[in-house]
Design a protein around this ligand. Structure first.
Ligand code: NAI
Length: 469
């Protein structure tokens, strides 16, 4: 069949725009359809990027308030929240404009409007914000990359002012006196940290008896201990059962997860951060006969093809961790598959990061997963208190933990809490991608003095021969 495009990608988040660029690099004629008036999806517009701007700015504020004096720098910082929000907005603008530039550079046609699948070869676009008539685009293949949306709680209305999702929590116009965060996942802890640093009293309610489900338990306990020291308070094993809000504030009822005595709490702002759900509304999936699983994820095969030939799906709309970089990898893989290559994603090596201070980062198997699978392993652990650079910088909280197969020494997982571990995790992913062993890592020369030496020391510790401990 011949069509105007080889590929139409619906959605321009990190999955969609990366897929479009890779496909264009491989010679395909590509178009993207985006309902927002800027590219980049949730991540760039209302997720990863703006949250990192606020995390960065508030970290500096906290340092200026509490750490500069020890270094002999006298300052009296004063918060200008409006300016901080402008800093965030400018950062987002730079990023979304960067994507627009890349799409143009790669000669990708862009259609701003709501896309719906009419058939495997036709996509309807209803232009955003204009009273113009829908257009129909012809194509040989379609990739759905429409991402995810906030998961709500039954009976609780998110007004994005007092009861907010991550979207509202990124643009509060004043610092709440008290904020209650529902859900101790990445969003709750990152945005809870932002507002705690700016002066809010932050209390976290979590259904499970631990924070950060899915991450290594030892790592989760360490970061919880540190966040508690910073002033965050936690109610684990608890659920929100009721929430009333008006101009005076929010009144909550909380119960133990397994039921029991009700407690009451008040807050100025409640952040609901209990997960995200795949976003496929208005896409025409039912009409096109595309199947989803019980949780709303689009069913795909190993080549990311839905049950309808010619229609593919990637990123948050399919199973797996809802992470921008996972979506990007899938975007590249599907573009390569469509161009006749062997696109592939190694799901064993997808890093995950919590951007608090200190940060937490993980790649590979957790200790709990290894125990459950009956895999025998050695543990090498090295604390930042014994790392020269961390000591001199006075950023000694946290550790690096390496899990290596007992028989082969192959690295199975690396988990870190500490300064800048969002960057350090990359070397862990590289060694795992190459099937490396703890010995390989231990024999790699690491520059001194750097925080990365803690990784080498943890690798040495697998064989009980760390030097600086
Ligand atoms: P999450 O799934 O990470 O955490 C949600 C938490 O809420 C869980 O701990 C869960 O047990 C808890 N929960 C669920 N229902 C509850 C209830 N009724 N009462 C109390 N607790 C309850 O979800 P989150 O933090 O909303 O993030 C959404 C997605 O966005 C995740 O998939 C995450 O990976 C992604 N994301 C990633 C970031 C990063 O990589 N740093 C940053 C922000 C989001």
């Amino acid at each position: 069949m011949s069509g105007a495009y080889d590929l139409i990608v619906i959605g321009t988040g990190p999955g969609g725009y990366v897929c479009a660029i890779r496909a264009a690099q491989l010679g395909l004629k590509v178009a993207v359809v985006e309902k927002r008036t800027s590219f980049g999806g949730t991540c760039l517009n209302i997720g990863c990027i703006p949250s990192k701007a606020l995390l960065h700015a508030t970290e500096k504020y906290e340092e200026a308030n509490h750490k500069f004096a020890d270094m002999g720098i006298k300052v009296s910082p004063k918060l200008d929240l409006k300016k901080m929000m402008t800093f965030k907005k400018d950062g987002v603008k730079g990023n979304v404009e960067g994507v627009a530039y890349l799409l143009k550079k790669n000669k990708i046609d862009t259609h701003i409007g709501h896309g719906a699948i009419l058939s495997p070869s036709r996509v309807e676009v209803v232009p955003t914000g204009k009273e113009s008539t829908p257009i129909v685009l012809e194509t040989k293949t379609i990739v759905i990359a429409t991402g995810s949306d906030v998961a709500g709680l039954p009976g609780i209305k998110i007004d994005e002012k007092r009861v907010v999702s991550s979207t509202g929590a990124l643009k509060l116009n004043r610092v709440p006196k008290k904020m209650i965060v529902v859900g101790a996942g990445v969003i709750g802890l990152e945005l809870g940290s932002v507002w705690r640093r700016l002066g809010a009293q932050v209390h976290v309610i979590e259904y499970l008896d631990r924070i950060l489900p899915g991450m290594d338990l030892g790592l989760a306990k360490e970061i919880q201990k540190i966040l508690k020291k910073q002033g965050l308070t936690f109610d684990l094993g608890s659920k929100l059962t009721g929430l009333k809000s008006d101009d005076a504030g929010c009144r909550l009822t909380i119960e133990p997860a397994s039921g029991g005595e009700v407690t009451r709490a008040d807050a100025d702002v409640v952040l609901v951060a209990v997960g995200r759900i795949p976003f496929t509304q208005g896409l025409g999936l039912e009409e096109a006969g595309i199947t989803k699983d019980q949780r709303g994820y689009i069913d795909v095969n190993a080549q990311y093809q839905t049950n309808v030939p010619g229609i593919y799906a990637i990123g948050d709309v399919i199973k797996g961790p809802m992470l921008a970089h996972k979506a990007e990898e899938e975007g590249v893989a599907v573009a390569e598959i469509l161009a006749g290559q062997a696109g592939h994603v190694n799901y064993e090596v997808i890093p995950s990061v919590l951007y608090t201070w200190p940060e937490a980062a993980s790649v590979g198997k957790t200790e709990e997963q290894l125990k459950q699978a009956g895999t025998t392993y050695n543990v090498g652990k090295f604390p930042f208190t014994a790392n020269g650079r961390a000591k001199v910088n006075r950023t000694t909280e946290g550790f690096i933990k390496i899990l290596a197969d007992k028989e082969t020494d192959t690295i199975l997982g690396i988990h870190m809490v500490g300064p800048n571990v969002s960057e350090i995790i990359a070397q862990a992913a590289v060694i795992m991608e190459f099937g490396g062993s703890a010995e390989d890592l231990a024999r790699t020369c690491h520059a001194h003095p750097t925080l990365t030496e803690a990784v080498k020391e943890a690798a040495l510790a697998v064989d009980k021969r760390a030097i600086h401990m």
